[in-house]
Design a protein around this ligand. Sequence first.
Ligand code: COA
Length: 371
Amino acid sequence: MALSGTGLFTPAQSITNDELVASFNEYVRRHNDAHAQAIEAGTMQPLAASSTDFILKASGIGNRYVMDKDGILDPDVMCPRLPERGNSEISILAEMAVAAARDALKAADRKPEDIDGVLVAASNMQRAYPAMAIEVQEALSIEGFAFDMNVACSSATFGLQAAADMVRAGNARAILVCNPEICSGHLNFRDRDSHFIFGDVATAFVVERADTVQGGNAWEIVSTKLKTKFSNNIRNNFGFLNRTAPEGIGKPDKLFVQEGRKVFKEVVPMVAEMLVAHLAENGVAPASLKRLWLHQANINMNDLIARKVLGRDPEPGEAPNILKEYANTSSAGSVIAFHKYNRDMKAGDIGLLCSFGAGYSAGSVILRKLH
Ligand code: COA
């Protein structure tokens, strides 16, 4: 099996930490002014300001691309404004997926008629149905089948294994996997603990048999390994049954919520152990790894995982980080890191692509450069 091409769509607008913090702090100032009496009387706690220094140090995030900057930065709105589209228009998530998919098809030197299946593997669905994947299929004139799947931040690696299994079983010659993420849509920009975490982006890749690849930068999928373990520490209770309990509509738990410290403490050992075991099962010595394309949520987390896997500090560029520019882009993060940082590698070089996130979920993919 092979990963024969990747693609990336980056939104035109972006927000620096300074811009985001200025908007958040203006919201805090207005809120505290409006509740000055209650705060003075001690019946309400004032909101605390956010800080650029904290964000960069705690997460490694310096910037994020977004689909609507104005809505997010308006202290009265603090949410992207993405107008509804008519049913005859392509949805915004499918449009982003198509842009990344065209890039991936070109890199794989594949035409829509070479693809038999489309997966949209992402953290948030555009709607209940029809599937975004079927929109992408329609927009690209691909025959065959398409469906959406959601494994939160691990959607891309789970999608990669699903695609590889279907191609291996002979159910498709090649599969296009897309990961469109408008994370700003599920982010609570009024929550100081997490308002800086996410950005928007889309990635895509093509999976096909190793003996059929045509593209100039193809990677053998040596092995994949997936793991899930239930946790409430990253959660989003948004769903179609919300209307059956109207008292909960609009509450913060209908957006992304996490216990960041607990996630850090629990996920680092879980992922490091999984990666080490996966390499051992495949007879790959950690010392022979040329690159780690880890999930992009927190730079300190990644440094720790890389250290545990390699048994030493990673050299600069060995575990590339795109957080400073893109922030956490959920399922797309490690695919962006792979897309941007693999061109210098040589035939036979081995790297590890990895995701982790809500569920908990984690995915590990060992890749060997074909030519
Ligand atoms: N600006 C300034 N200070 C802030 C702040 C902000 N925006 N947010 C929190 N703080 C303060 C806290 O109040 C706390 O102050 P205290 O020590 O006086 O109580 C201090 O900074 C530390 O807060 P904490 O939340 O413990 O920070 P952290 O070092 O754990 O970093 C995360 C927070 C979210 C960056 C980090 O926990 C993380 O990335 N965890 C993993 C999350 C993850 O991977 N999630 C997966 C999502 S898919």
